[in-house]
Ligand binder design. Structure first.
Ligand code: TRP
Length: 488
């Protein structure tokens, strides 16, 4: 199945000035309107997440869905159903997300994918890789490469402050992680994509610099587990990949999914969010460079209070009398929208919606409620970030081989407590106990993935393959457990 590479209209055409533009670098609603998400899903060719799928996530993980999922902020996907199928069969997957480090101070919108990814990591008990695209920001912004590298490390503190499990999480910056199999995968991907294709997918023009034109494989490559031998071993099919991201990143992964079978990998699955609306109103995503459109995670309670009161777009009426009579407009009110993101309590949220839309609650009152919710989020983040030490950062960035089995489920910490035989059988720099190509029976998988012959893998092939994977995983887990037992 094609993922629609090339069939997205070029976003730079002047004739489309009135249409919405959504690329990884540009998000603008159609003239006079917000983002039309239904159109986006149609144009991009992804699917929407329905109630049944959310229920299935809850059933499979035994965890109540995160509010971002329950309330439709993460609303679209590609092959999330396949990930859930595989997970139920006992197959493993990893999460991949990232951030372009373009500024020192993150705003609340930047935290959303990370908060959600943290929830996914905890719910599924899976490993995670986080890419910091310091190279991307250098190519697109007026910043030195050294400054981008510095920002990557600063932003890593904010990311770590979201509470990721250091044992299951690897953070890397492109500039510092490039001389690894990441580069090999980039080359393989790059060879499969033509200039005409990236022009179509990303809207590059003759004026784009060649670093920009050549960048997409960099963000595509981490979708393949062999970019991270110290985490996942050297096989391209040891794991499936699920990518939580905002929907503006979809073009990268549309391209990746198209290339995946040609380089022998799984197509990454996606779970995609809407944009976090700006304080001043919804038409695009919140910009970090407009101080009045954003609440920064570094803002003080006083700043939060004054910004919300001054700038938060209100769906309230002109006068109190009119407001009591007509009620507030939930479709445009930013305080309401933000409460939908950040107020966990469903009942309280529903009550606020009712009170405000009926006019019993005034604009100033809903703003006061939002201020109450935002202050502890920001101060909590500031405290967590202040606790992040240099050693913490080193741990997340470390490329020391990890114990494959300990990245999943409730394996606990078995690293550093392995028997000599297990260690002796492991290549330097490669995760201990990671599945190898031979064990996964590459041939069958490649056939299933490529779809080159149009045929899916046979049931018996699949069974055999699964069995072998399970045996390999069990062996590794046993060895690790035994080693942990010996050490204690
Ligand atoms: N391009 C993204 C940004 O500018 C960063 C990024 C890299 C990313 N890899 C990713 C985002 C994977 C989501 C998923 O913020």
């Amino acid at each position: 199945m094609m993922d629609g590479v090339g069939d997205v209209a070029s976003p730079d055409a002047t004739s489309m000035a009135r249409e919405q533009v959504v690329t990884p670098w540009d998000v603008e609603g159609a003239e006079g309107g917000g983002i039309d998400y239904a159109k986006l899903v149609r144009d991009f060719g992804c699917s929407t997440i329905d109630a049944a799928m959310i229920e299935r996530v809850e059933r499979v993980t035994g965890t109540r869905a995160h509010p971002f999922l329950r309330r439709g902020q993460f609303f679209a996907h590609r092959e999330l159903d396949l990930i859930l199928d595989a997970y139920e069969r006992g197959e493993k997957f990893y999460l991949y997300t990232g951030r372009g480090p373009s500024s020192e101070s993150l705003h609340l919108g930047h935290l959303i994918p990370f908060q959600f990814t943290k929830w996914l990591q905890d719910a599924f008990k899976v490993p995670l890789v986080i890419q910091l695209t310091d190279d991307e920001k250098f190519l697109w912004k007026d910043l030195t490469l050294e400054e981008c590298e510095r920002l990557a490390r600063e932003n890593a503190k904010d990311i770590i402050a979201c509470g990721f499990d250091p044992k299951r999480t690897f953070i890397f910056s492109d500039v510092s992680y490039m001389s690894t199999p990441l580069y090999k995968n980039m080359m393989k991907i790059a060879k499969c994509v033509t200039l005409n294709q990236v022009k179509g997918i990303f809207g590059f023009t003759g004026e784009s610099n060649i670093g920009q034109v050549g960048f997409p494989p960099t963000q595509a490559a981490p979708s393949f587990p062999d970019c991270f031998p110290h985490m996942f071993g050297e096989s391209k099919t040891s794991l499936r990949c699920l990518i939580p991201c905002a929907i503006d990143q979809d073009p990268y992964f549309r391209m990746t999914r198209d290339v995946a079978p040609r380089i022998g990998g799984y197509k990454p699955a996606l779970i995609e969010s809407r944009f976090f609306p700006a304080l001043k109103g919804e038409s695009g995503k919140m910009s970090a460079s407009d101080a009045t459109s954003a609440i920064y995670v570094t803002d003080t309670p006083k700043e939060i209070k004054s910004k919300v009161n001054k700038y938060a777009f209100s769906g309230g009426q002109q006068t109190v009398e009119e407001h009591r009579r007509l009620g507030g407009n939930l479709d445009t009110d930013i305080s309401w929208k933000w409460l939908n993101f950040f107020l966990d309590d469903d009942e309280e949220l529903a009550k606020i919606g009712e009170e405000y839309s009926s006019g019993r609650m005034l604009s100033g009152e809903i703003k006061a409620k939002l201020i109450d919710v935002l202050i502890p989020i920001c101060t909590g983040h500031q405290e967590a970030r202040a606790r992040v030490t240099d050693e913490d950062i080193e741990q997340f960035f470390s490329t020391k081989p990890r114990v494959f089995a300990s990245l999943f489920g409730d394996m606990g910490d078995v690293a550093g407590a392995l028997d000599e035989a297990t260690i002796a059988n492991t290549k330097p720099g490669v995760a201990i106990g990671a599945p190898t190509d031979a064990k996964i029976e590459k041939k069958g998988l490649e056939k299933a993935q490529t779809g080159e012959d149009g045929g899916a893998i046979s049931k018996s092939q699949l069974k055999k393959q699964l069995k072998e994977q399970q045996i390999a995983a069990k062996k590794a887990a046993k060895a690790a457990e035994k080693a942990a037992g010996q050490a204690s």
